[in-house]
Design a binder for this molecule. Sequence first.
Ligand code: BGN
Length: 363
Amino acid sequence: MDDVFVSRGSVIRVCLYAVIFLLFLELSLNFSVHRKTYKMVSSSRRILTTLEDVSRFSLIVNFSDPCGWMQNATIRDLQKIRDRGCKPVRVCSSSPSELVGSLATYKEAPSYKEMIKIYPLVRPGGLYTPPDCIARERVAIIIPFRDREEHLRILLHNLHPMLQRQQLHYGIYVVEQENGTQFNRAMLMNIGYAESIKLYNYTCFVFHDVDLIPENDRIMYDCRDSPRHLSSAVDKFKYKLPYPQLFGGVTAIKRAHFEKVNGHSNKFFGWGGEDDDMFRRLVNNGFKISRYQASLSRYKMIKHLHDAGNKANKRRHHLIKTGKGRYRRDGINNLHYKKLGIEYQYLHTRILVSINETKVMTS
Ligand code: BGN
């Protein structure tokens, strides 16, 4: 009897050691996954620079939530997750009851460190998944950017609460052009498309100027059957559409539609014309551009001084005229840039790129 009792005891002890070992293995594996996913590019001005920073942040958000964010999850994947006992059971509404309509916009914003407390459900990199429904689309918000840090913080402070009320599954990608060359807004948007789909299987793109603040949360940041010009009533233009072909500011396009027209042109360096060229690409490919009514689609433009890196483009009239013959070889299928870094910062993913104007204009 005694003998049997002793060997049972050692079996239990071995089992205990095995459980402890497995737990340890699981923890270290988890750690290395986080380490790989949230690898940072080091630089003095980074916000999340060290792994310590990231893991401290990960205490606030739950990375390993099996019901939440998944790389390349389709609606069917999410339904499988639901079948495993997780919560999100219904498809998110296309006009959720949380929407309030017209908004009192924020003209200032707290620091990023304060904002992550205000928006605890946003994951590093500016990613969000609705906690209690399955989103109909996966939206990448692409913001072409240079030297407007304060505007960006204000925009993020306005966008995150609105996008969460809209129950969107989204990520915010800020594509920053290195100093030295003229700003190329359209090419930065193409790069945002190309880089964001490497990270996640997005189905919808919202291209967004950094200085435009939506005044109504019923301006849905999703994609419908036709490409949509969202910022049709801007305070700077007295809330009137300056001309019917305007396609600048904020636009929403399904991935398939964007790809059909080969994205934006890469050839517009400096201010103006790239949006008019995109309008023509879409219309020439048989798309009708849609807009919300002007009383809804209202935006405030943050005031700023003239930017020396974004001078009016003298070639823009010629480029627009010749665009039709060029669009098949000038766009996302012919995109040459150097990626200098990618950072999963608080409330957004930052992609720093270098563009060589001579190379782009001759390719
Ligand atoms: C237009 C610009 C657009 C700009 C709007 C609003 C041009 C091309 C001229 C043929 N278009 O004049 O790029 O979005 O103003 O500012 O300059």
